[in-house]
Design a protein around this ligand. Sequence first.
Ligand code: G1P
Length: 298
Amino acid sequence: MKIRKAVFPAAGLGTRFLPATKAQPKEMLTLVDKPIIQYVVEEAVQAGLDNIILVTGRGKNAIEDHFDVSYELEAILTARNKLDLLQQVRQISDMIHVAYVRQKEALGLGHAVLMAETLVGEEPFAVFLGDDIIDAAVPCMKQMLDVYNTTGGSILAVMEVEREAVSRYGIIEIRKDAANGGRVFRIRDMIEKPSPEDAPSRLAVIGRYILSPAIFRALEETRPGAGGEIQLTDGIRHLLETERVYAFRFEGKRFDAGDKLEFLKATVEFALKRGDLGPALREYLRTLPCLNEKTSKS
Ligand code: G1P
């Protein structure tokens, strides 16, 4: 069954990025010149998914405004003949059909996905976590849809992480008998934020999922887990009892945009790649005395 809908849980409080997120949603933090949520929505659009469901909460109005038509701004840009900017602003609202649903209480990622049940209905769908920005030649979700077209079932994006980092992720255990070539594996079990001793592997789930609609029944039965929250990982564990779930090692570089250092790295790398900013930024970085001191000492 074709995947048409993409769910974006965006109700989190963004405590890792305080104080920037005190009065603005973390999804609206700017990476170069776009809010991070726009990068992730663009990935969905590039993968052919333009039916977007945003799960929001209190204080998230800026996200809705960002994807809405801004008549006032468009009128001013038209009057000033700023047609380039006008086109950029229009593209954002033209890009997608968007529906919003509120998660009234922050009860966890699994609970957020469950909020989208009525809007998704009985069809497989994609989930994108806005903190995970993936720079890839072929958009990560597009890679996953290509796999889906041959395997069907649910598919989770995974990548190998350091042993010390496993407690920040959902970690999968693969079925030894079912390694399906290089990048696709059948999942046997998974655990949310295990200690390094309890982790069954170093393969961590990254925020891109294709899920069968049976996940909604599974989530309804899921009790609070790690951190006292209803975890998507635990819902997928239930799903594993009745359905096949695959892990896919995607090609690309992932940045955790919820982490301050990774956010800075993403900002520098994305800006360096830009034709209008890259050359001047590279030049500027070269002139920084602190960087040069380090080079001359080593
Ligand atoms: C969530 C998921 C986790 C996954 C991670 C990827 O955790 O619960 O399984 O590995 O996203 O970014 P969070 O980052 O919300 O704590």
